[in-house]
Design a protein around this ligand. Structure first.
Ligand code: DAH
Length: 333
C-alpha cells in the first residue's frame, strides 16, 4: 500500500464513522504505533537506499500530521453533536426574547415636561419632601388657623425642628411643591425661570383620582415686568407641545393664598373641559417673605399634577395603577 492509497482509505473511514469508539479503532488501525498501517509501510521501506529514505521520511511525517489533524477534527465534531443532543440545544431555533425594561409612565411624562420647559429656558430645581410649617404654609401666605390650610390635608410629623432663624417649627410631608418657590427665592435674585418636579403627600382617602402621594411640577418666573401675558404664552407653548397644536385651553378665575389674581387652566378634550393646573401672579406677601421688593418685581407661578396629566395623555382611568407595581400596566408604555 502506498501513501496515497493509505491517505484515501483513512479519510474515507473517518468520514463514515459516526461514533467516538469507531473513530478510535480506525485511528489505532492506521496510525497505531505498534502495528498501524503507516508504521507497517515505513518498516517495509527499510531496504530502500538512504536517498530514497530521505525523501520518503518527510512525506510520511507530513501524512501522519495530516491524518492526525483529520482525526482530531472529527472527534471534536462528534463531541459537539453529543453535547448538542444532550442539552436539546437546537441552534436553528429562533432566539428567546430578552425582556427589556420600560420607563414608568410618570417618568416618561416628567421627562417630557422637563424637556419642554428646558426648551423654553426654564431651569430644573428640586427641594426636600419633609418640610417645615414655615415653607409649606406661612411663607406662602397661609398662616396657622387660616381656613385655606384646609385645602391641603396634611401628614404632620411628631418631630419638630428648631433653627437660628425660627423658633420651634412643626415638620410635615410637603403637601405641594410650592415651598420650593420660597427656598429658591431666598437664595437667588430675579430674573429667573424655574420648574420644580417633586413628590407630594396628602392625608386623604384614596380612590380612582386621589392618592396619598403623587407628583407635582411647580413653575415660577420672576422678573421686572413679568405678566399674565407671559404666562399665557408659556402655557400655550407647553400645552401645544404636550397635546398637539390644536389643543384648546381656557383660564378660569380661582383662589390660592399665594397668588393674586389666581386662576386655573382647563384644556378641552373630547368635548369636556379638564382642569390641568393652578396658577396666578405671585402674591406680594410671598415676595415680602423672601425680602424681594414687591413694588419692583413681578412673577407668575403655577402648579400641575403629574399623575393627572399622565392620566389624560395616556388615557389611564385610575390613579392607583401608577403605584400598583403591576408589570402588565407598565409594559404598555
Ligand atoms: N400648590 C397648589 C396646589 O397644590 C398648586 C398651585 C396653584 C401652585 C397655583 C402654584 C400656583 O404655584 O400659583 O394645589
Amino acid at each position: 500500500m502506498d501513501f496515497d492509497v493509505l491517505r484515501r482509505n483513512v479519510l474515507e473511514a473517518i468520514k463514515k464513522t459516526q461514533d467516538v469508539k469507531g473513530l478510535e479503532q480506525i485511528r489505532i488501525k492506521y496510525l497505531g504505533r505498534q502495528d498501524g498501517e503507516l508504521i507497517k509501510i515505513l518498516r517495509s521501506l527499510k531496504d530502500l537506499s538512504v536517498e530514497e529514505k530521505r525523501k520518503l521520511g518527510p512525506a510520511a511525517n507530513f501524512l501522519r500530521n495530516e491524518l492526525e489533524a483529520a482525526f482530531i477534527n472529527k472527534l471534536e465534531n462528534l463531541k459537539l453533536k453529543i453535547r448538542n443532543s444532550q442539552s436539546n440545544l437546537d441552534v436553528t431555533l429562533p432566539g428567546k426574547k430578552v425582556p427589556v425594561g420600560h420607563l414608568h409612565p410618570l417618568t416618561l411624562m416628567e421627562n417630557r415636561i422637563r424637556e419642554i420647559f428646558q426648551s423654553l429656558s426654564f431651569s430644573v430645581v428640586e427641594g426636600p419632601e419633609v418640610e417645615s410649617d414655615y415653607y409649606n404654609f406661612d411663607a406662602l401666605n397661609i398662616p396657622a388657623n387660616h381656613p385655606a390650610r384646609d385645602m391641603w390635608d396634611t401628614f404632620w410629623l411628631r418631630q419638630k425642628v428648631q433653627s437660628s432663624k425660627f423658633k420651634v417649627q412643626s415638620l410635615l410631608l410637603r403637601t405641594h411643591t410650592s415651598p420650593v418657590q420660597i427656598r429658591y427665592m431666598e437664595k437667588h435674585q430675579p430674573p429667573f425661570q424655574i420648574i420644580v418636579p417633586g413628590r407630594v403627600f396628602r392625608y386623604e382617602a384614596t380612590d380612582a383620582t386621589h392618592e396619598i402621594n403623587f407628583h407635582q411640577i411647580e413653575g415660577l418666573m420672576v422678573g421686572e415686568d413679568v405678566s399674565l401675558a407671559n404666562f399665557k404664552y408659556i402655557i400655550e407653548e407647553f400645552l401645544k407641545q404636550l397635546f398637539g397644536k390644536n389643543i384648546h385651553f381656557r383660564f378660569r378665575p380661582s383662589y390660592f393664598p399665594f397668588t393674586e389674581p389666581s386662576l386655573e387652566v382647563d384644556i378641552q378634550l373630547g368635548g369636556k373641559w379638564l382642569e390641568v393646573m393652578g396658577a396666578g401672579m405671585v402674591h406680594p406677601k410671598v415676595f415680602d417673605a423672601v425680602k424681594y421688593n414687591s413694588k419692583e418685581v413681578r412673577g407668575f407661578a403655577f402648579g400641575l399634577g403629574l399623575e393627572r396629566l399622565a392620566m389624560i395623555k395616556y388615557k389611564i382611568d385610575d390613579i392607583r395603577l401608577f403605584y400598583s407595581g403591576d408589570l402588565r400596566f407598565i409594559k404598555q408604555f
